[in-house]
Design a protein around this ligand. Structure first.
Ligand SMILES: C[S@@+](CC[C@H](N)C(=O)[O-])C[C@H]1O[C@@H](n2cnc3c(N)ncnc32)[C@H](O)[C@@H]1O
Length: 273
């Protein structure tokens, strides 16, 4: 697949999910983003945990858990049990190794699965978190309905994601932009609508736009180093990533973010008791 010519309109949803999972389970993701694959990093994850009032004995589901950093952080910080689910098999393997290394494998586990068809029974979790991933799910109403299904009565949702204010610019609409959480970023009120349509009630909406600005600046800086590593074959680029395109995307994204066309939001919601 050549991301220059492909857009999310021309590839099917399974392929989109696979491309996204491949990008985030690669070593490149770790180099560019660090341990945590969302703006605000583990600090924002801890903040989300505090907003949700997490505590020991609770069971938390981290949907689209990436390489596991958020699940591990929540278990360490709040003593809760966390199951992370991600579309990427390799991400799940890496996350399990990370949990072992962090000494929290008794609290944290990971499983391969699709956010739109969660492989867990209904009414089993006290809280669900989904960080910087909802915007990449092709079928958002179904994913939101899954949040609702797996939560116990009175359970909480913590969502953090990229937001847009206007129309997504043409140069930020391709496959790579989709993978980078930009192409299908939603206005805040669309996220809240998906959640309320699923039966959840919104508790809080908080903007964290500066976390996104910082993250993109960091990525732009690291891209220069990655280019060098790729040239001397110290790092393998995932098949869907064209390096020149990635640099152009980071530049366009940075311009759009500085123009406040994109931001980052934390939303919490609850399932009625
Ligand atoms: C930007 S990363 C965020 C990872 C993690 N939540 C974090 O903040 O560090 C997006 C993640 O969503 C996962 N993903 C994308 N579509 C998915 C789906 N349909 N079901 C489960 N995971 C999915 C990808 O594999 C990737 O790990």
């Amino acid at each position: 697949m050549n991301p220059e010519h492909e857009t999310h309109d021309t590839i099917d949803s399974a392929e989109l999910k696979t491309c996204c999972a491949n990008a985030y389970q690669s070593d490149l993701a770790r180099v560019l983003l660090g341990d945590s694959f969302h703006p605000g990093g583990v600090k924002l994850t801890e903040h989300l945990g505090r907003l949700l009032g997490l505590s020991p004995q609770q069971r938390i589901l981290d949907i689209a858990s990436g390489q596991g950093m958020s699940a591990i952080t929540l278990a360490q910080r709040f003593g809760c049990q966390v199951l992370g689910i991600d579309y990427g098999e390799e991400a799940v393997q890496k996350a399990m190794q990370a949990a072992e290394a962090a000494g929290v494998a008794h609290l944290v586990s990971f499983q391969q699965g699709d956010a739109e068809r969660l492989p867990v029974p209904e009414c089993t979790f006290d809280a669900v978190i989904c960080e910087c991933a909802f915007c990449t799910f092709p079928d958002k109403p179904t994913a939101a309905a899954e949040f609702m299904r797996v939560l116990k009565s009175g359970g909480r949702v913590g969502l953090s994601d990229l937001t847009r204010t206007g129309r997504v610019p043409d140069d930020l609409q391709g496959l790579l932009a989709w993978i980078a959480c930009i192409a299908d970023a939603q206005p805040v009120e669309e996220y809240t609508r998906y959640l309320t349509n699923a039966g959840l009630s919104i508790d809080l909406v908080e903007t964290h736009d500066s976390a996104l600005v910082e993250m993109v600046q960091q990525i732009q800086g690291k891209l220069l180093g990655v280019e060098l590593l790729a040239r001397i074959k110290k790092i393998e680029l995932p098949p869907a990533i064209d390096f020149e395109q990635a640099k152009a995307l980071a530049k366009s994204a940075s311009t759009a973010i500085r123009a406040r066309q994109f931001g980052y939001v934390v939303i919490t919601a609850g399932k009625p008791a």
